[in-house]
Design a protein around this ligand. Structure first.
Ligand code: GCO
Length: 472
């Protein structure tokens, strides 16, 4: 029985992100970000030609959000700050937008007044459009602009915010933003854009970590980390080759950016393969940029906790190199992915329920990175319908939490918190409003955007209040 009880100090939360929930895209001085821009310029890229101009309208309804969370009983709320709301001109030295700053002050104060700790994601994909026109994450001048922006957040909110996440999912920012054109800014710079982007993201991360550590932590006493999206990989068969493929998939998917932070520098397999393939392509230098020794040291150890967004697992096997675009990150990785027919699909094409994958991911992280403190910063289930009764989501939450407890009790994995994506239905990037992740239902035709708790909300509420996985 004790194995079904969450350890003392273990924390529960829910997550959202600014662009996905706030709306008020051009109110009170906010300027345009890459998602405003893309959804307005090319509505056909989004399911139903929708956008997040209004979405959940949390800019006006944040008190309702906090009330929902208070009733739910969560310990913390993970939300993100919109760069262009607090700094419309975006660049280093530019002026704070008082109304934008006030919005987050009010949200933070409301949370704290209700006993909910704010966990703040500094950047969740909404790059200022004015910086994107100068190359966005491909141009290393963005590092100092980001550092300036983050510093303003520590100054404005650091007296009350004690958990900071520098970046949400660098893999998606870079791979989907600059390599496969599945996310804003929707560029296809095969095998180059993603590496260049990530090199800047991780250096910005390291730089702001050192600044926080030196200048802010002594006074504010908080913690700062990063969040990776960690799809786990099982070998497709038991063959040695498939086992290598699974390992290679992980190293190319998130080892690529966790390794520099936890161990130092890119994973050897990534360096070797990208160097080798770049040479074969007749390039003089590798497509993978190189860190200086100082950068390696600055980045190494730059995370007080590791945030993991984990939803799903794939099966890995090596593919024919010619079946991948050349050059590309996928070709560098060389792995074909598939799903086991027994896995339950969700409404999102990439999301299948694989609870054991979650357990094995936690073991993998423990073994490869010396059992770091881990916060599950997102996990969740996509439905497509309007239904308030959501047994599939309830099953998913229970099954994943059960594996989490196993990893903690049987294997000593150092997981200290768990977060469900999401508090409420919201704008799911290119899927628009077709994928519903909410514990709370919202009808996006309803001008009031009334929040209606689903069954899963009530189940999570009970898990939190009893601190146990009970079965009714
Ligand atoms: C991500 C993002 C969220 C998504 C969620 C569901 O992981 O992709 O952090 O913004 O909405 O994951 O896909």
């Amino acid at each position: 029985v004790s194995q079904r009880v969450f350890p003392e100090g273990f924390k529960f939360g829910v997550a959202t992100a600014a662009y996905q929930i706030e709306g008020a895209w051009n109110e009170d001085g906010k300027s345009e970000n890459i998602w405003d821009h893309a959804t307005h310029e090319n509505p056909e890229w989004i399911d139903g030609k929708t956008n997040a101009d209004v979405t959940c309208d949390s800019y006006h309804k944040f008190k309702e959000d906090v009330k929902l969370m208070k009733d739910l009983g969560v310990n913390f709320y993970r939300f993100s700050i919109s760069w262009t709301r607090v700094l419309p001109d975006a660049v280093e030295g530019s002026k704070l937008n008082e109304k934008g700053v006030a919005y987050y002050n009010n949200l933070i104060d409301e949370l704290i007044a209700n006993g909910i700790e704010p966990y703040v994601t500094i950047f969740h994909w909404d790059t200022p459009q004015s910086l994107e026109t100068h190359g966005g994450w491909l141009n290393d001048t963005i590092i100092d602009n980001y550092v300036y922006y983050a510093r303003q957040l520590f100054i404005s909110y650091g007296d009350r915010v004690k958990k900071w996440i520098t970046f949400n999912e660098p893999q998606q920012i870079c791979e989907q933003g600059y390599e496969t054109a599945q996310k804003a800014p929707f560029l296809k710079l095969h095998g180059v854009g993603d590496y260049q982007c990530f090199h800047n993201v991780v250096r910005a991360h390291g730089k702001i970590y050192r600044i926080y550590d030196k200048e802010f932590r002594p006074v504010q006493g908080g913690e700062i980390g990063i969040t990776a999206d960690a799809v786990y990989a099982f070998p497709k068969t038991n063959s040695v080759s498939d086992q290598m493929a699974a390992e290679q998939f992980i190293e190319f998917y998130y080892g690529w950016f966790i390794h520099p932070i936890m161990i130092g520098n890119y994973p050897p397999i990534v360096i070797e393969r990208v160097d080798e393939l770049s040479k074969q392509e007749g390039r003089v230098t590798s497509r993978l940029p190189k860190f200086t020794e100082e950068e390696i040291d600055m980045i190494k150890g730059s995370s007080d906790f590791l945030g993991l967004n984990h939803y799903t697992t794939i099966l890995a096997t090596f593919g024919d190199p010619d079946s991948f675009p050349n050059p590309s990150h996928d070709r560098d990785c060389g792995v074909l992915t598939s799903r086991d027919p027994s896995w339950k699909p969700s409404a999102a094409p990439w999301l299948y329920e694989v609870p054991t994958g979650f357990y094995h991911l936690l073991l993998w992280i423990k073994e490869h990175y010396n059992n770091p403190r881990v916060i599950i910063t997102e996990t969740g289930w996509a439905g497509s319908g309007e239904e308030l009764d959501d047994p599939d989501r309830v099953q998913y939450i229970r099954n994943y939490l059960s594996e989490l407890l196993k990893a903690i009790y049987d294997d000593g994995c150092n997981v200290i918190g768990y977060t469900i994506w999401s508090l409420m239905d919201n704008f799911e990037w290119t899927y628009g409003y077709t994928n519903k992740f909410g514990l709370t239902y919202i009808d996006f035709e309803d001008p009031n955007r009334t929040r209606i708790p689903r069954t899963s909300y009530k189940v999570y509420q009970k898990i939190i209040s009893t601190r146990r996985l009970i079965s009714d």
